[in-house]
Ligand binder design. Sequence first.
Ligand SMILES: Nc1ncnc2c1ncn2[C@@H]1O[C@H](COP(=O)(O)OP(=O)(O)O)[C@@H](O)[C@H]1O
Ligand SMILES: [Mg+2]
Length: 1002
Amino acid sequence: MDDGGRHLSAVMLTDIVGYTSLTQRDEAAALRLLEEHRRIVRPLLRDHAGREVKTIGDAFLVEFANALDAIRCAITIQKSLHERNSKISSSKIELRIGLHVGDVVQQSGDIYGDAVNIVSRVEPMAEPGGICVSGALYDQIRNKVDVSLVPLGAPALKNVEFPVPLYRVELPWMVTSLASKTPWVDRPIEQQSLNQALDRAAKGEGSVIVILGESGVGKTRLAEETIQSAERSGFRVLRGRAFPGELATPYAHWAEMVRELLDDAPPALLQRVGWSVAGEVAKITPAFAQKVGAPASHTAPTDPESARARFYEAVTEFFVNLSQDAPLLLFFDDLQWADATSVHLLEFVVRSVANHRMLLLATSQEPEAGGDSTLSEVYRYLGKNRLLTIVPLRRMDQAAVGALIQKTFGGGEISQEFSALVHERTGGNPFFVEEVLRSLVEEGSIYRTPDGVWERKEIQEIGIPKTVREVVKQRVNRLDEPTQSTLRIAAVLGVEFPFELLGEVAQIDEERLIEQLERLVRAGLLEESSRPTRLLSYHFPDPQIRQVLYGEMLSPRRVRYHRKAAEALERIAGKRREEFAGDLAVHFREGHDVAKAREYATLAAERWVKVYGFDDAERQYRTALELEEEAPDEKARAQILDGLGRVHYTLGRLDSAITEWEKAIQLYERAGDLQRAGGLCSWLSDVYRLHPELAPDRPQLVDEILEKGRSLLVRLPPSPELVRVYDTYGTRLAELNRPAEARSMAEKGIEVARSIGDRDAEMAVQGSLYQLLPLTEKDRMFDILNEGIQYFSQPGKEVPDQLFSSLSNLSFERLTTANDVADSLRLADEAIRVAQKARNRGWEVLGRCRRAMALLWRGDVQRAEEELQEARELRDLAPGSYDNRIERYSGSLAIARGQLERAARHFAQAGVSEGSSLFRYVVTDIAELHRQRGELTEAIRLLREAIRQERIPLAEVPANSAFHFFVSVRRFSMRSSSRPLSCGGRRKSRSSRVSSTGPRPV
Ligand SMILES: Nc1ncnc2c1ncn2[C@@H]1O[C@H](COP(=O)(O)OP(=O)(O)O)[C@@H](O)[C@H]1O
Ligand SMILES: [Mg+2]
């Protein structure tokens, strides 16, 4: 090795873990350690023919002639230090060692070059006490040393142009093997029933299985084993899990599954199965719509209850479609912690599983015994209906515990005595067993000899704690003090917590925090979460660990950390505060900031409402109410009661809604918020208007409340609330059969809305006005529709369902009442255009049907058939939408062609028979069919019967159906020249259609 020579070398760099901070804390001790470390290392270098190039502070740079010497030397160094460290409890010396092979240039004893640069980047990648080697060195030594090397990928290293593959050397005495997963011990009975369910699901007989058992008994692990065999047999698996007390993420399980799918599934598949339901699935995971390239939502919900139903159906359809691509396993870990909203969704999806290639697999603890939690109700209900199978999982017997120990320690002989002791102490709960084994390894009762063989002390010398709590406590106490304190703070943050939040609350720099987390992960006390829906997070592998730490903490400290957590989370969440509102509410509450806690509980409740989580919203509102009692604030209380009333109203608990709203109105008034008070009056009046039975003795109540709202609001500057009051007033007057006044109220509403530039409110009233207009004002009706469609077609808006149906209905009405085919076609075209723009296939199917109808009416059978064919093709792309209608129209078309049998088949296909609710839509055609066959009496009988069965005078039949009858009778009488049936006018009936609740868009 001459000066100036370039040659190939194996280079080693070592570094003492935590040396710099030790120097800062205790310089003398640091120096003593440094000296001792050098005394240990130097002779070993000589033994392996290593040349000490230099020391750099606490580091050694060493050069070897070959790679084998280098790796053997590194292993010996770590082994010697391990032996030294295992004899003492403090002042441990831990090294990181990096190795690389490459060209170096030697000059005056020192070495330079790429190889030196690279080894200095490889070394920090080693674990404390471990060795990390580059790919170049690995190539030289593989199969020549008796340690395994674990690939770590090829991370980009600073100042190195090309990626360097890295390998970790598995040192036999490092206890990491206990921290990672233990080897699997069979659970034959349970595995058998799970595998059978899997086989059946693959064949299209889906089912729902819940693995039920206590915490730590091995539910998740058993499920994971099942999942592995599912994956082997071609299942697509989506996983979701929940943590206790997780209030912030609605649909936690589902959101994770959809996310996983977005990341992994081919875009073409997502398009195919997700397109028609994207808007709804996006309620769970907003990114969905974007990824699938569909609009965020096709239609605005008309009322929350039916919006929820539509949402449930869409999600079900989505997963069912997905299962047609490949058999599907949905895994819900820890279902007992799911929010009520998720459970309801699950309950809905469950009903569609039986005939599809789907397995829904869940793990769950026993829902609180005798409790009336949503989950236990659902289990009871589903169990009774044979929709769900429960696989109970019990603790392990002694033989299984023996096997677990044996496998954990590499298969050596395990004495009967030892497995009996562990079994007896732990009761056979595998989580407890693992904790005990880890603890025994950490305290040195079980240890590896330097040859890598496990041995244990005499049984008399081994103490095993009696409870999980004690083991966990002991294990935590063995950590260094700063790491312990970080872990305790983590426990305050929750079972799962964002990395950033821990850093903020613990107030330590990121480097050190990462080191501590590494240590904790290695000890099996924390795990990294791979939950893309939230921030980078960690969690306790078992909530019991968290509980032990949290329970031990004195309450002033707890309060302080919660407070800090709340404040830090508020900062971190920034604009996403709403998303973390549930967590924020908990931390502020435990941090004794009641007002903030109340504020966030209210916000969390509002968030739940948006995603149809009415039960969870209610729970949050109730929490908010309790908090308000601790720190009274009338305005806040009014707001909570207002929201709670809305939830109850949606859930149909009208009595509660009334009580809450009455109280809220009072409180708003007292707090001087007359605008909200007035606005709420219109809601409250709606309840009484739609349910007069609630105040049978006070028919005037509706009007009194409305009047109160109006008088409160007219005194204030014009507001959206005032618009709504006018709107409701108009509807009320129409009901009271005072059309002129009704109209003038609506017009006033429109005027106010315009004056404040509130287009949304304006459109809502326009919609009501539309309903009030007589058909003679066709132009005004067109104008309203046009304006509405233009307005709602803007980016960021959604065309409401009702607007679309008004448009499509008007096309029909123009045809049948005015016999104006051109107008009808124009409107149908418009409807198709809107449907295409909204990318709503179902609507387009409807629009095309309307067109076909108009063409048919004109006698253009051929083109009608083409139009209908378009509709059929569209329907095939979005199965399920409007099947029925297509069949019905096909039937009508067949009749026009004189194909009577075929028509009958279509009608049968549409599932319409006399007595079915759809019958009224086709009765005219069927009557027509009879007429053509010459069965006039039957035709007339059907029409008369149909009219009679509605059991109400025609004039009061909702416009649509009255209209059907009217038209059909006319048509019938025209064609058959039989005596027309008299059926009176239809105009009066319009108002009865105005019965939707809430704001009514056009
Ligand atoms: N049959 C088994 N074989 C090996 N290890 C197991 C077995 N069952 C459970 N374990 C281990 O015990 C611990 C607790 O199991 P886990 O499935 O998390 O429990 P649960 O989900 O019921 O709370 C885990 O570390 C797991 O790997
Ligand atoms: Mg589990």
